[in-house]
Ligand binder design. Structure first.
Ligand code: ATP
Length: 133
């Protein structure tokens, strides 16, 4: 079996660690897939979904809130600002965060507040989307 080691790290801990067959990452220039013997690289990540296929061929989905991915020597390290496995997503919380961000955005442009609300909205929409995949 052609596997490699993958870790998803967040500021609060290790969201995933294991031997993997394939990892699909939401790269800033589009989603990309890593398999064994991928060339070394570093990529920024968008808010999106990571699809991790373990050595047992089972796929796990993660909502990723940006960060970067490093691939080197058959090791993938996904450094995410936040990452939740699909089944750990609190959909009610994401819906509340979405509504709150939409309220903030309605108040009109206020530079940093607006940018923060936009990002919060994107994270919430992504979590809801990943929970429904
Ligand atoms: P909220 O307003 O609900 O806090 P947020 O997008 O501002 O949403 P983040 O700052 O991205 O939240 O995340 C803070 C922490 O809470 C992270 O550890 C993240 O994994 C977790 N988290 C945020 N939203 C959810 C959710 N809907 N389900 C599970 N965990 C979540």
């Amino acid at each position: 079996m052609s596997t490699f080691h993958t870790q998803i790290l967040t500021p609060t801990g290790v969201a995933y660690e294991g031997e993997t067959e394939s990892v699909k990452v939401p790269g800033q220039l589009g989603s990309f897939e890593v398999r064994r013997n991928h060339a070394p690289m570093v990529s920024l990540m968008n808010i999106g979904v990571a699809r991790v296929t373990g050595s047992d061929s089972k796929e796990q989905l993660f909502a990723i809130s940006g960060g970067f991915t490093e691939v080197n020597d058959n090791t993938v390290i996904i450094m995410a600002e936040a990452a939740e496995e699909q089944h750990d997503i609190d959909v009610e919380r994401a819906k509340k965060a979405k509504a709150k961000a939409e309220e903030e955005l309605k108040k009109g442009p206020k530079d940093l507040t607006l940018r923060k609300a936009e990002l919060r909205l994107k994270r919430a929409i992504n979590r809801i989307k990943v929970s429904e995949l």
